[in-house]
Design a protein around this ligand. Structure first.
Ligand SMILES: Nc1ncnc2c1ncn2[C@@H]1O[C@H](COP(=O)(O)OP(=O)(O)OP(=O)(O)O)[C@@H](O)[C@H]1O
Length: 357
């Protein structure tokens, strides 16, 4: 599990509506503070001193009561049992920390030393902080988070509309066999923007738990089909020797300014050229995006078709007889493929007429 997955896992346990979050909110309402360690493995036991050992079910009210005592509370999150309270934690004091106050310094050091999640509730600031490894996350209150998530969903919607526009216009260019690297890079760029905002929204929704239920439905609707379409586009244009995964990773590594550089995006997807002229290089799709519009067409047939007719423009010219030469394509399926491709061409022409009128 990488750091981001671990963060998501822990933040899910702390989302509003969970028993743990309820307990921490009760601590705040009681004007108290808390130091809570999640996990009671041997390496945690070794840095615990004094206090009381128990083995009782976790509940929000029990946590609040136990936090009234000095020291830390230790919870086993696998079984949701409270294992110890009133504990003095003794992490390695040489672990550097810039936190002020003993509670937060201890929380940071225990998190670094053990790798376990540690939660500190500040009595004076009335804030909940999660320490995970060397990182600290201050949990936002649900109202603020909900407002931010709604704004992010609005942004996602706008980005999605723009993505659909550039993607439709690429389809038209593909049918006319007039695609340049610029057209493809623009769609890839817009897809990456949608992915980033979608990812931010996901993080906020995890933190919101039940409070974000409606926004979650909206986000699911906006992201429907996104991953599949992105994969099809990349594979439609990448050179044979390239890997989709590497392209996706490289795009993910770009900072926001680099992502605006279309020439750089074009190079990442495998267009071979220098300077800004790279964007004028003509490209041909394999036809994967087009073939994906045909219902129930098995992957091996798509593969065989794109291998036989290397480019979409060749594919748009094939007859049903030629299609029947592909293994697994009988007269019925050949007709469906042929008609569907013809339909795509017609729809595109109609859309063009209506957008000009
Ligand atoms: N090593 C430790 N082990 C267990 N509990 C600790 C440890 N250090 C601090 N605490 C707990 O934190 C409480 C507050 O300590 P302190 O006032 O120094 O921290 P703080 O970070 O300023 O907290 P706050 O933000 O809540 O005011 C202590 O009374 C104790 O319950």
């Amino acid at each position: 599990m990488n750091d981001a997955q671990r963060f998501r896992e822990v933040i899910t346990m702390l989302a509003p509506g969970t028993e743990l979050r309820d307990g921490l909110d009760r601590v705040i309402r009681a004007h108290a503070g808390a130091l809570v360690v999640l996990g009671y493995e041997d390496h945690i036991k070794r840095i615990c001193s004094d206090g009381f050992e128990f083995d009782i079910d976790f509940s929000a009210t029990r946590l609040r009561e136990l936090c009234k005592m000095d020291g830390a509370v230790i919870i086993d999150p696998n079984k949701w049992r409270i294992r110890r309270a009133n504990v003095q934690l003794l992490p390695d004091p040489s672990i550097p920390t810039t936190e002020s106050g003993m509670r937060h310094r201890t929380a940071h050091r225990v998190a670094v030393q053990s790798g376990n999640p540690v939660i500190a509730v500040s009595h004076s600031l009335r804030a909940i902080s999660l320490y995970l490894g060397n990182k600290r996350y201050v949990l936002e209150d649900p109202e603020t988070l909900l407002t931010r998530a709604s704004l992010a969903i609005d942004t996602l919607e706008k980005y999605r509309i723009r993505l659909n526009e550039v993607s439709d216009s690429l389809t038209t260019m593909e049918i006319d066999d007039m695609v340049t690297a610029r057209d493809v890079a623009l769609v890839v760029q817009r897809q990456e923007m949608v992915r980033r905002v979608g990812h931010e929204v996901s993080d906020m929704l995890i933190q919101l738990g039940e409070h974000g239920r409606l926004l979650k439905m909206q986000q699911a609707e906006l992201m429907r089909g996104f991953a599949v379409n992105r994969s099809l586009l990349i594979r439609d244009y990448m050179p044979d020797e390239y890997s989709e995964e590497k392209i996706v990773n490289r795009l993910g590594e770009l900072d926001d300014a680099e992502l605006l550089d279309l020439s750089l995006v074009a190079r990442i997807i495998g267009v071979n050229g220098m300077g800004s002229e790279i964007l004028e290089i003509p490209l041909s799709a394999r036809g994967l995006r087009m073939l994906a519009r045909i219902p129930r067409l098995p992957a091996h047939i798509v593969e065989a078709i794109t291998r036989r007719w290397g480019t979409l423009s060749e594919l748009l010219e094939v007859s049903t007889e030629e299609l029947m030469e592909i293994e697994g394509v009988g007269p019925g399926r050949a007709q469906i493929i042929h008609d569907s491709l013809e339909q795509v061409v017609e729809n595109s022409a109609l859309e063009r007429i209506s957008s000009h009128s």
